[in-house]
Design a protein around this ligand. Structure first.
Ligand code: AOF
Ligand code: ZN
Length: 367
């Protein structure tokens, strides 16, 4: 049986549920399961599960435990193919079989080599009807970081840019200027909370002296690691990034010699170092993204500045662009945005466009 409108509706609900633990499941993707059955001619959700904080238990056993005996003969909606490997618990595909579900509707296929296709095979071998690929694109968008890490062994990159109405991202003298408003600022903090790593160049770190934390009420403990690209170790120990390194991880990607004097000072402040190769004074970004992925981290949120944004774009390492466009111009000597809505590479297609007060947010992803 093909997917029905009802299947898409429940899958959409499962995808929303999976977002609940986005960014909090370690190296595991946050996925969700809904158990749905007919009771007195009505479809009812009888079990819900989302990958637990830290990554275990998986979504399926939690949803099945929630449903209890009502799982027998029901339909399970899973945003990712159920796993087929033995971890600390049996494979989720086998748990679904034991619980006696009649049907499994799935969105994305799991590229994990221990799973890929095997989860579905276990279900089918047990006589369960499997419908694959329902709202796959939507689920894959949320799982983009995990899927990129599994298929390409590198972290997924989102580039955030705040651009004035006349296409500038700041003043040339470095003096700070507000481009976007309060609603956009909060959206950026929410985006930070969903990421595994926030990345800036050392120029931005010195000039703006940012915290790069998530300061939304209730989400203060959701700040990811902050990573500074700092070829020659110029980040001052007096910077706010270094001053807060004991509370929120600070990583410095550098090509500086192991005995560089500032290294010991920054290390004493709590910073960690990622050794990088540099070519012409620029850090090797593809290798850095591989390093990040090897640490089990999937998503990098690039917040500037212009040179860093351009370097990621030039090397075709940007997977998603989030462009905030303010209503006002930046007058005088100003820095041109590396991209604007008008000059975006053709490889990007629009996926969302929203007003935040007087600002415009446009989201694009690699086609
Ligand atoms: C599922 N349900 O909720 C999630 C899955 O380290 P482990 O044993 O937890 O396995 C991690 C792998 O489990 C991960 O790479 C992905 O393939 C799968 N994630 N699978 O059935 C879930 N989060
Ligand atoms: Zn599992």
């Amino acid at each position: 049986m093909a997917a029905s409108a009802l299947d898409r509706r429940y899958m959409a609900a499962a995808i929303r549920l999976a977002r609940w633990h986005e960014g909090r499941t370690g190296s595991n993707p946050s996925v969700a399961t809904l158990i749905v059955r007919e009771i007195d001619g009505q479809h009812v959700i009888v079990g819900r599960g989302v990958t637990a904080i830290g990554g275990r238990p998986h979504a399926e056993p939690q949803a099945l435990a929630d449903a209890g005996e009502l799982a027998r003969g029901a339909t399970a909606y899973v945003t990712l193919e159920p796993c087929a490997h033995h971890g600390r618990t049996p494979p989720c595909a086998e748990t679904l079989v034991s619980a006696g579900v009649a049907r499994v509707v799935a969105a994305a296929t799991d590229p994990d080599e221990r799973v890929s296709g095997r989860g579905y095979a276990i279900l089918r071998a047990a006589g369960i009807e499997v419908v694959e690929g329902v709202l796959a694109r939507e689920a894959e968008r949320d799982l983009a970081g995990y899927l990129m890490r599994r298929t390409s062994n590198r972290a997924h990159v989102t580039l955030k840019l705040a651009v004035s109405a006349n296409g500038k991202i700041g003043r040339r003298d470095g003096r700070q200027v507000a481009i976007t408003g309060e609603i956009s600022r909060r959206q950026v903090h929410a985006l930070r909370a969903q990421s595994d790593v926030i990345l800036v160049g050392v120029g931005t770190a010195i000039n703006d002296d940012p915290d790069l934390t998530c300061r939304l009420p209730g989400l203060e403990d959701r700040s990811p690691a902050r990573l500074v690209l700092d070829t020659n170790l110029r980040l001052p120990v007096s910077s706010r990034l270094a001053a807060t390194a004991r509370d929120v991880p600070l990583w410095i990607a550098t090509a500086a010699a192991p005995d560089h004097p500032r290294r010991a000072e920054l290390a004493a402040a709590g910073a960690e170092f990622l050794a990088c190769d540099a070519h012409d004074g620029r850090l090797a970004l593809p290798e850095l993204l591989e390093d990040i992925a090897a640490r089990g981290l999937s998503t990098v949120f690039v917040e500037g500045g212009a040179e860093v944004a351009k370097a990621f774009l030039d090397e075709d390492l940007v997977d998603r662009i989030i462009l905030f466009t303010g209503a006002a111009d930046i007058d005088g000597e100003a820095v041109n945005a590396p991209v604007t809505r008008e000059t975006l590479p053709e490889t990007f297609r629009p996926v969302a466009s929203v007003r935040y007060g007087t600002d415009q947010m446009d989201e694009f992803e690699r086609a």
